[in-house]
Design a protein around this ligand. Structure first.
Ligand code: ADP
Ligand code: ADP
Length: 237
C-alpha cells in the first residue's frame, strides 16, 4: 500500500476559520496511524480531506496539499470517484445498505463491472473472511444486513469497503457506537488489516490509539501538536 504526505494543510468552515491550521505529517505505508485529541479539534475534518469528503460541505475551503504517489489529491482536477475507490472510509455508526448481507458486499464490485456470479461469490467470501465475519454469516448470506448485531454490521461495512479493493482505509471512530467486546473484535480486525492497507483511524479513545496504532497524531484546536511513534507518545509524561 502507498503512503500519504500532508503538507501545510489548512481548512476553514464559514463558522470556523481555523478548523485545520497548517498541518504537515507523513502517514507511513502499511501502518496504522491514529488521530487523537479533544472533541472539535479537527480530527474528522482532517480525515475527510483524504477522500475529499469536505468537498460536500458548503463553504469549506482548504489550502495545502496531500500527496499520494506524487499526485496532489487536493488538486482541482483529481478524479474524486477514483480517489474514493482507492481510499475507503468507514464511519462511526455502522451504515449497511438495507439489503442482504451478500448484496452489501457484492454491490461495489458489480458496479465496478464484475457480473459473473461465481466471481462475485468469491469476492463476497474473501471480503467477509478478511473482515472476520464469514463464519458468523456464511449460512445466512441472503438475510437482511439489518438482522446483524451492530458489531457485525460494522464488520460488514468493513467487508463492503474491502470488496472495492482500496489501498488506504479511513476509519472515523469505528468502534465508538459498539459494546466493549465488539470494540475489541474491531480492534483485532484493524490490527490484522494493516498488513494489506495503510490505515488512518480517528478515535477519542487514547487506550484504543495506544493498543492499535503504530504512529499517533495528537491534535488540538486545529493544529497538529505531536506526531510520533505511538510507543513514544504514550510513554513520555
Ligand atoms: P465528532 O464525533 O467528530 O465530534 P460531532 O458530533 O462534532 O462529531 O459532529 C457530527 C457531525 O456534524 C459531523 O458530520 C460534523 O461534520 C458536523 N458538524 C460538526 N460541527 C458542525 C458545525 N459547526 N456546523 C455544521 N456541521 C457540523
Ligand atoms: P473532531 O472530529 O475532532 O471532533 P471536527 O473535525 O468534527 O472535530 O470539527 C472541527 C471543527 O470544525 C469544529 O469547530 C466543528 O464545529 C467544525 N465543523 C466540523 N464539521 C463542520 C461542518 N460540516 N460545517 C461547519 N463546521 C464544521
Amino acid at each position: 500500500p502507498p503512503d500519504l504526505e500532508v503538507r501545510g494543510l489548512s481548512l476553514a468552515y464559514p463558522d470556523n476559520e481555523n478548523a485545520l491550521r497548517e498541518i504537515s505529517l507523513a502517514i507511513p505505508a502499511g501502518k496504522i496511524t491514529s488521530v487523537i485529541g479533544p472533541s472539535g479539534c479537527g480530527k474528522s475534518t482532517l480525515l475527510r480531506c483524504f477522500n475529499r469528503m469536505n468537498d460536500l460541505i458548503e463553504g469549506a475551503e482548504y489550502t495545502g496539499s496531500i500527496l499520494l504517489e506524487g499526485q496532489n489529491i487536493l488538486a482541482r482536477d483529481t478524479d474524486v470517484t477514483l480517489l474514493r475507490r482507492r481510499i475507503g472510509m468507514v464511519f462511526q455508526r455502522p451504515n449497511p445498505f438495507p439489503k442482504s448481507i451478500y448484496e452489501n458486499v457484492a454491490y461495489g464490485p458489480r458496479i465496478g463491472g464484475i457480473r459473473r456470479k461465481r466471481q462475485l461469490d468469491a469476492i463476497v467470501e474473501h471480503s467477509l473472511r478478511s473482515a472476520a465475519l464469514w463464519d458468523e454469516v456464511a449460512d445466512r448470506l441472503y438475510e437482511s444486513a439489518l438482522t446483524l448485531s451492530l458489531g457485525q454490521q460494522q464488520r460488514l461495512v468493513i467487508a463492503r469497503t474491502i470488496a472495492i479493493e482500496p489501498e488506504i482505509l479511513l476509519l472515523d471512530e469505528p468502534a465508538s457506537s459498539l459494546d466493549p467486546i465488539s470494540t475489541l473484535r474491531i480492534e483485532e480486525l484493524i490490527y490484522e488489516l494493516k498488513h494489506s492497507y495503510t490505515i488512518i483511524i480517528v478515535t477519542h479513545n487514547m487506550q484504543q490509539a495506544a493498543r492499535v496504532s503504530d504512529m499517533t497524531a495528537f491534535m488540538h484546536l486545529g493544529r497538529l501538536v505531536e506526531f510520533d511513534r505511538t510507543d513514544t507518545i504514550f510513554t513520555n509524561p
